[in-house]
Ligand binder design. Structure first.
Ligand SMILES: O=c1[nH]cnc2c1ncn2[C@H]1C[C@H](O)[C@@H](CO)O1
Ligand SMILES: [Zn+2]
Length: 394
């Protein structure tokens, strides 16, 4: 981004650490900044969360002991710290190396089922009411499972965890996306698997892994196949690599959404007068309402952005791009959906209206059928935020 005066955006909301009050200059009104505890109780929708990036450290320790996998630490607290520190590398490639230890313990039906069940429970406990969780089935075949066995074990885990969450008073709908690794050559097989399980809880497809050197066009056959099948897909693009990756994902591959897409900021110029000028690609993304699956903490860890306060989400939100907030990898970032929102509240002075906007954006952009999306928006999200808005906005 070529953008002088980037401090201006951050000045639009200032929070007081003691009273937790924020003056929103944007709306000229006094409002109480949403606290983390309140955000946890508000309904949230999550589009970008990796199953193998969200395990409980204690579960990794137990599953690793069962199969004799060597970990860098065997105390759950220390292991959690290790993941966060190792992922905090400033490099996507080094960040991705940490997944060797989570993928290693997800090689059996029981392991996959347990991890998926706990994922559903953890998201529900954080107030997430709708989640699309992704993982790469091809990475879970080391101990003899077949691709359909992997998918069925994960779906069974989501059903089990969702049932436990509902019984605990935290209903959640969890569906999944199947990911193909961009450096490998199994994307067609994985795309076919996604279509095969489309009516059983798999709502779409994705490619992930190191971005530089592995353009999305390597997998064009898989994307063309999915288009012919009227299936949905997103592509990790514009995270470690810039505009060419986003352009290929959209204009060559036909992605419905962008995984991250944060580097779209490189096509936006803010002049000395504070006015933003959009290049052709940025204008296309905004005009077409292409959803951006932004993951603030993950971007800081991989070096895509310098800090949360410097995250382009502030400008993209103001310019009314279709912005959504996501966790990416809760284990590696020691985060949750509520924490990501809370960090943005602190950095940008967001209030309940903004948090509702992010949530409705995510739900509108989901790969569920339209009527099911509307039902969640109208019956769960809007009534809850209406209450919060009337309670807290002076
Ligand atoms: O942020 C990411 N960018 C690219 N690839 C990622 C990211 N987070 C996780 N992955 C990879 C590592 C996982 O093993 C894989 C499937 O979830 O996806
Ligand atoms: Zn990701």
């Amino acid at each position: 981004m070529r953008r002088p005066g980037s401090e201006a955006r951050r000045g639009s909301g200032r929070s007081c650490p003691f009273l937790h009050l924020a003056i929103s200059a944007r709306y000229g009104q006094l409002m109480v900044a949403p606290s983390l505890a309140e955000i946890i109780n508000a309904p949230k929708a999550l589009l970008h969360d990796h199953l193998d990036g969200g395990l409980r450290p204690a579960t990794i320790v137990e599953l690793a002991a069962e199969i004799g996998h060597q970990l860098p630490a065997t105390d759950p607290e220390r292991l959690g710290e290790w993941f966060a520190a190792a992922a905090d590398s400033g490099s996507l490639v080094r960040y991705l190396e940490t997944f060797a230890h989570t993928v290693a313990v997800m090689q059996t039906e029981a392991g996959l089922r347990r991890v998926a069940a706990e994922c559903a429970e953890d998201l529900a406990a954080d107030g997430v009411v709708y989640a699309e969780v992704r993982y790469a089935p091809e990475q879970h075949l080391e101990r003899g499972l077949t691709l359909p066995q992997v998918v069925e074990a994960v779906l069974a885990g989501f059903a089990e965890g969702s049932a436990r969450a509902a019984a605990a008073g935290r209903p959640i709908r969890v569906v999944c996306l199947l990911t193909a690794m961009r450096h490998a050559a199994r994307s067609m097989e994985i795309a076919e698997l996604a279509v095969r399980y489309r009516d059983a809880g798999v709502v779409g497809f994705d490619i992930a892994g190191a971005e530089a050197g592995y353009p999305p066009t390597r997998h064009i056959d898989a994307f063309s196949y999915l288009q012919r099948e009227n299936a949905h897909f997103t592509i990790h693009a514009g995270e470690a690599f810039g505009l060419p990756s986003i352009w290929q994902a959209l204009q060559w591959c036909g992605a419905d959404r962008l995984g991250h897409g944060v580097r779209i900021i490189d096509d936006i110029t803010v002049g000395a007068d504070g006015k933003a000028v959009l290049g052709r690609l940025a204008a296309y993304v905004r005009d077409k309402r292409i959803p951006l699956e932004l993951c603030p903490s993950s971007n800081v860890q991989t070096g895509a952005v310098a800090s949360i306060a410097a995250h382009p989400i502030g400008l993209l939100h103001d310019l009314r791009f279709r912005v959504t907030i996501n966790t990416d990898n809760r284990l590696m970032s020691r985060t949750s959906m509520s924490r990501e929102m809370s960090l943005l509240v602190d950095a940008f002075g967001y209030g309940w209206a903004d948090l509702q906007w992010f949530t409705v954006n995510a739900m509108k952009s989901s790969f569920l059928p339209f009527d099911e999306r509307l039902k969640i928006i109208n019956e769960i999200i809007k009534p809850a935020y209406a209450k919060l808005l009337s309670q807290y906005t002076a």
